[in-house]
Design a protein. Structure first.
Length: 133
């Protein structure tokens, strides 16, 4: 079979169809031999690659007097053990009156307190405001 050169209008049409297929996400595969099994099974090792995991903080503050264990463990530096200690402290000593009272919980030091200070509260502002009536 002799191949004849395509006229310009046909080449343009083929080009437009190819662009439309690529734009629509259709992928055309060209038949190729598969690489040998040795190459397929070899793991790819990347050295000196830094993987960054994003962390998302809840914009709302967490009330220490009503927080559940699931909510407490979302705070940075607070795991299940410290979360349980916070709840036990609250149960044994009553409601927190200040965020600084967290320092009385075993395992929470100044560093952890400063990490979570902006994310915790001791109740709604209206509860803490003095009654002017």
């Amino acid at each position: 079979m002799n191949a004849r050169p395509l006229p310009v209008p046909e080449r343009g049409l083929i080009l437009l169809v190819a662009i439309a297929l690529m734009a629509s996400g259709v992928i055309l595969y060209v038949g190729q031999e598969r690489p040998p099994a040795v190459l397929r099974s070899r793991p790819i090792v990347l050295e000196n690659v830094l993987v960054v995991q994003p962390t998302f903080h809840d914009a709302r503050t967490l009330d220490l007097n009503t927080a559940t264990i699931e909510e407490l463990v979302r705070l940075p530096g607070i795991g299940p053990v410290l979360g349980e200690r916070i709840i036990s402290f609250r149960t044994e000593n009553g409601r927190f009156t200040s965020v600084d009272e967290l320092l009385a919980v075993r395992g929470i030091g100044p560093k952890v307190l400063e990490e979570i200070r902006g994310q915790v509260t001791i109740g709604a502002e209206e509860e803490r405001a003095p009654d002017n009536q």
